[in-house]
Write a protein that binds this ligand. Structure first.
Ligand code: ATR
Length: 280
């Protein structure tokens, strides 16, 4: 078979679990584009050489996932604003032969809420649970969308404090014990911790303390309805699951490599949901 005209990839270690090939493969087929998107397992020691060889291998670019996002940040020649703020690169492309790196997680986070909870960014106050990489992307998105009181809650407060110091004005760090009082006037609650994930069942916060108009969203999408989202829904609050963030963060990369801005449709979502169900 002839090689596809436009080639892209996702690299990680391990990479078998990645749903990116399913997402990009769906769009390539939908739009009839002569392109390929393949999963490549790259061990950490091999990552620098992998980056150097991309152009010669004919790649237009690709995605980078765990554990290479920081190495990609260090290894590219140019970065976009989101990557600079988040300190990690998840999308690679070439501009005039220069290897560029961007981060589309903040875009994906905001686009998911724009899609499923229009008006979500009208408030000023947000509570973010967790202080890892996903938390950074979320805080960047919240700042960009005008939240001016962003309260980070983390088991290890020093990690939350590091983020608060980095993001500056309007971002504060808090211990878990303060969660209840922090939620009382929040417009948005975001879980970015691993709590609620399959195999790590638990409630990262009790949505009972939130006001009636609050929106609750989770970065975790396995399971689709986390214990936090279930509790928020039972309390009558608007909830948005994390799968949409995964789908939307793929949009800017696809457009760069394949030249068409793809749409996040019910058909795409159903395809990924069926795969999640099959692997339960
Ligand atoms: P990611 O890059 O995906 O955000 P991470 O850097 O491993 O992942 O961060 C995971 C987050 O989940 C952290 O905020 C972590 O809290 P600590 O900084 O205190 O480790 C949080 N987390 C994981 N398990 C948790 C648990 N059982 N209870 C509370 N927080 C937890």
């Amino acid at each position: 078979m002839a090689e596809a005209a436009l080639k892209a990839f996702v690299c990680g270690h391990p990479i078998g679990h990645s749903r990116s090939p399913m997402i990009h493969g769906y769009w390539l087929e939908q739009y009839g584009i002569d392109g390929s998107y393949t999963a490549i397992d790259v061990a950490p020691a091999d990552f620098p050489a992998f980056l150097k060889g991309l152009a010669a291998a004919g790649f237009r670019g690709g995605n980078v996932t765990i554990p290479h996002k920081e190495a990609a940040f260090a290894g590219v020649q140019r970065r976009d604003e989101a990557a600079e703020q988040i300190g990690a690169v998840n999308t690679l492309w070439f501009e005039d032969g220069v290897l560029c790196g961007g981060n589309t997680d903040a875009y994906g986070f905001a686009a998911n809420l724009d899609h499923l909870a229009p008006g979500w960014a009208r408030g000023d106050i947000a509570v973010v649970l967790g202080a890892g990489g996903a938390s950074r992307a979320t805080i960047h998105a919240l700042k960009q969308r005008g939240f001016n009181d962003i309260r980070i809650v983390n088991r290890t407060v020093s990690r939350a404090q590091e983020l608060a110091d980095q993001f500056g004005k309007g971002v504060s760090a808090h211990p878990q014990a303060a969660t209840g009082e922090l939620l009382g006037d929040a417009a948005l609650l975001v879980n970015t911790t691993a709590l609620g994930m399959h195999g790590n069942e638990g409630l990262p916060a009790d949505p009972a303390a939130l006001p009636d108009h609050a929106i609750v969203t989770d970065i975790v999408y396995v399971p689709l309805e986390t214990p936090l989202l279930a509790a928020a829904r039972a309390r009558g609050l608007k909830t948005v699951d994390g799968l949409g963030m995964l789908l939307h963060q793929a949009v800017p990369g696809f457009e760069r490599w394949f030249g068409r801005r793809p749409e996040v449709t019910a058909g795409l979502r159903n395809l990924v949901v069926a795969d999640l169900d099959a692997k339960k």
